[in-house]
Design a protein. Sequence first.
Length: 209
Amino acid sequence: MKGEDAMKRDIETSENNMRRFVSIDPNKCTGCGLCEYVCSLEKSGFPNPALSRIRVIRLTPLLNISMTCRFCNDPPCVEACPREALRQSEKGNLIIVDEEKCDGCGWCIQACPYGGLIMDPYKNVVNVCDFCDGEPKCVDFCPEEALEIFSDDEEADKMWRSAIENLPKELERLSGLIKKRDLSEIFMKAEDRAKKLERKLEELTTLKK
């Protein structure tokens, strides 16, 4: 039988190799875009959303989502690359980009079902999330705690379906408040979100120093 130390090592190895990814709860996302600024600052040294590995999509004023790599078990992006510039790591299923081979053709971007790859507009090579060594900064800095870490696609997709199903009800509720000119709830919620965002921006300023 294995000793206690050996069993602990096996558990640690299994956890290190586990596929994990960042996904959004659209019910919470406000579309503030702070995740894009944090990501670009962490990865490139500049707060430029164009260099972010996570991208905010503002579908409607009430429905915002973010897109980033899910580290698929059989990544279509790797299969689609004609120059073999992409490969997948054994640890965590991370997508590794060989910038010398990548010619910016964009086939991998078209192949990804999650919008997880983004073209660097300055270097003309693909950028992709590297999960920040297991501690993604976008998750840490989201003021609404809308970004979460998942290991299962179905669990992550439940969040998306829930938000879409709730959208008509939320729209009807807000329309009712506006018709009654009862805007106090809307203003209070907006003020609360602004305060949360301000606190995270202060933390970000500290991080930059």
